[in-house]
Write a protein that binds this ligand. Structure first.
Ligand code: 9UX
Length: 72
């Protein structure tokens, strides 16, 4: 079944950053749901572990110019 990963995302300073990161996350194969909050710098991603892992998700965030670390 799907897993949920939580990330702290650094470097987001405006609402467009949030939309950008959400768009990147939702475009990844295996990601079913992604919600990013500017106020808390938190992102929650529901994903299929058969298709993608937390490291891949974090790498995609970092490739877009933000910092990502796992919360759980
Ligand atoms: Mo806003 Mo974010 O002007 O990368 S889009 S700071």
């Amino acid at each position: 079944g799907a897993l949920v990963g939580q990330f702290t995302i650094g470097g987001m300073t405006c609402a467009a950053c949030v939309n950008s990161v959400e768009g990147i996350l939702r475009s990844l194969p295996g990601v079913r749901r992604a919600v990013v909050a500017l106020a808390t710098s938190l992102g929650e991603v529901e994903y299929d572990p058969a298709q993608i892992g937390k490291d891949d998700i974090a790498s995609a965030i970092e490739d877009a110019g933000f910092e990502a670390s796992f919360v759980q």
